[in-house]
Write a protein that binds this ligand. Structure first.
Ligand SMILES: [Mg+2]
Length: 270
């Protein structure tokens, strides 16, 4: 097994969701068993830029697809943003430009939803599939009144079964268009996502393996955070992307099932 090859055994796994466990609303072949095999070996936690669902919603969704994963083992940016805000500001008054799952996690972490934009300490932004001009205008009122800007993730697009749709990054782009830069961005490749995940895991980073399908988020972020990384080719990044990139994951594997088996190779070696 490859983990024995380099003398390293991992105790925890930070596993991406889209392109690793699922594609659209379907489980990827072997992913259910692959996740189970990792869970038998250590703690497997999902680290996802998803900001639209709460942890319990994500757990219910993945359970309906056959995965066994509890809400406590899901670090979505809805949750991570709420945690980050509690760490830096204590309980805050927030104005949410995002969906219900983000509100749920913010309230669960002790923050309160401001009644008017001008009352907010922070504007918290996630993907919002009902985004419209009035919401942009409300966020502007909060920012003009001095609110700071917390962004769950800057993913430009989001893959669905019908193809790509605009992601949270598109909404952040609208805010940038008005002259506002985020005070903090949580989601991968931001170091914040990995730092909060590591703190919650309590596992030394040398014993943690980051598993993801995107070179520019999962792998760049995991490498920068000092962890080993495994790129799976079942999602966005493909062999030619790897060849044309300076980003080097520790391992490359076809999919999560292959990672669980140690059927991987060292990146850059054919
Ligand atoms: Mg992914």
């Amino acid at each position: 097994m490859a983990s024995a090859k380099n003398g390293r055994s991992y105790e925890a796994f930070l596993v991406d969701v889209d392109g690793v466990l699922t594609r659209g609303s379907q489980p990827l072949p072997g992913a259910v068993e692959g996740l189970q095999a990792l869970q038998a070996r250590g703690r497997a936690v999902l680290l996802t830029n998803n900001s639209t669902r709460s942890r319990s919603e994500l757990s219910a969704h993945l359970t309906s697809l056959g995965f066994r994963i509890s809400a406590a083992d899901i670090f979505a940016t809805s949750y991570l943003a709420a945690r980050y805000l509690r760490d830096v500001s204590g309980a805050a008054r927030v104005w949410v430009l995002g969906e219900e799952g983000l509100r749920t996690e913010l309230v669960a972490a002790g923050h309160c939803l401001a009644e008017r934009p001008v009352d907010a300490d922070w504007v918290v932004v996630g993907m919002d599939r009902r985004f419209e001009y009035a919401k942009l205008s409300q966020a502007l009122q909060a920012l003009l009144a001095g609110a700071r800007l917390l962004v769950t993730n800057e993913d430009a697009t989001f893959p669905t079964t019908d193809g790509l749709v605009p992601g949270a990054g598109a909404i952040v782009g609208a805010l940038r268009g008005m002259g506002y830069e985020p005070d903090a961005v949580i989601g991968k490749p931001s170091p914040l996502a990995f730092a909060i995940a590591l703190e919650e895991l309590g596992t030394p980073k040398e014993r943690v393996l980051v598993i993801g399908d995107r070179l520019e988020t999962d792998i760049v972020g995991g490498c920068a955070a000092g962890m080993d990384t495994a790129l799976v080719l079942s999602g966005v990044s493909r062999e030619p992307d790897l060849a044309g990139s300076t980003v080097r994951p520790t391992w490359v594997a076809d999919d999560l099932a292959a990672v669980a088996l140690g059927a991987w190779r060292v990146a850059g070696v054919g």
